[in-house]
Ligand binder design. Structure first.
Ligand code: SIN
Length: 326
């Protein structure tokens, strides 16, 4: 078989981070450029051709609309390039689930796009970056990787973009999935899928948004008042995602305030701050004009509603149907 030709788009994060010391906690993400990273990879003897492109070199807490737009353009160009077999995106782990979900919805599914990061900087004892990268190469080169949407490879596991979340901050096994956990297990020498591709040949589900509609995210806690919730809504806000307690619950005063907004035409989505939550429609959602998120995490729900609003799909029935199919 000919060598896979892989485009690597680098954005920074811990996989490009340095601690300055193998044992001191003095670490900065985004210190190693793509050429240096690919130089380290070449010592692993991987039988692939890499084409690196530095999009940014930052901690992923600073990723947002501007870098997403550049990264999306570069990923799309690579997908459309007949000489490219697949795309790897290196990314900080803090927001990788959001970038993965956004790209999952806005890129075609016919070429593999694999995101990868690390929990330990490149110069730390037991650094996981090169192993995760070698695993990502194993996944992106596999004939069965396309047709699964954007994938994230971390800690010897493969996750789908819809399911993945960062579940731990201090372990190389930092990620978990819901409602599906990992969809494959990977090592630098072996890959095992737990099912067949489900999106083969699928086009991008949504156009890339331009401009991004303003959507608020309100985190519910014991004691939150309607006034505090109201401070997060501006004249430009078109929708609100509520990271409720339990199954998407919120204090009565906040619920009444949001029901008033819904009555005036605002999209209001009940999600949950619980890590593994299924928020189904309740009879009261019909009365209050709310939408139920089902299994999507609040930050991903926010992106999905932004994509829908930007595509002109602003009605409640269509948005509920979109959450129901996820
Ligand atoms: C980041 O998300 O950029 C920092 C943390 C990490 O990559 O693990």
């Amino acid at each position: 078989m000919t060598q896979p030709r892989i485009t690597v788009l680098a954005t920074g994060g811990t996989i490009a981070g340095k601690a300055g010391s193998a044992t001191r906690h003095d670490y900065r993400p985004g210190q190693i450029g793509i050429d240096e990273l690919l130089g380290q990879v070449s010592a692993l003897g991987i039988d692939s051709q890499f084409r690196g492109q530095q999009i940014a070199n930052i901690g992923s807490e600073d990723i947002g609309e501007q870098i997403w737009a550049q990264l999306h353009r570069a990923a799309l160009a690579a997908i459309n390039d007949p000489a490219c077999n697949g795309v790897i995106i290196t990314h900080g782990t803090d927001t990788v689930e959001e970038t993965a979900f956004l790209f999952d919805q806005t890129l075609p599914a016919d070429k593999p796009v694999v995101m990868v990061g690390a929990m330990r900087p490149a110069d730390a004892v037991g650094s996981d970056g090169l192993r995760n990268f070698a695993n990502a190469v194993q996944v992106v080169s596999d004939g069965d990787a396309a047709g699964r949407g954007v994938l994230v490879v971390m800690g010897d596991k493969v996750f789908a973009a819809r399911d993945i979340r960062k579940a731990r901050t201090a372990s190389a096994d930092a990620f978990a999935g819901y409602p599906r956990d990992e969809i494959g297990l990977v090592r630098p020498s072996k890959l095992e899928w737990f099912g067949a591709p489900w999106r083969s040949g699928e086009e991008a589900r949504f156009a890339y948004p331009d401009p991004w509609p303003e959507v608020a995210l309100i985190y519910i806690y014991a004691g939150i008042t309607a006034d505090v919730a109201a401070r997060q809504i501006t004249g430009k806000t078109r929708a609100v995602i509520v990271a409720g307690v339990g199954e998407g619950n919120m204090p009565e005063a906040v619920r009444d305030y949001l029901a008033g907004l819904a009555k005036a035409g605002m999209i209001v989505v009940r999600a949950s701050r619980v890590e593994e939550a299924l928020v189904d429609r309740a009879p009261s959602d019909d009365e209050l004009g709310f939408i139920a998120v089902r299994a999507l995490r609040p930050a991903k729900a926010r992106i999905l509603v932004q994509l829908m609003l930007a595509s002109g799909k602003a009605d409640r029935v269509a948005i509920q149907a979109e959450f129901d199919r996820r």
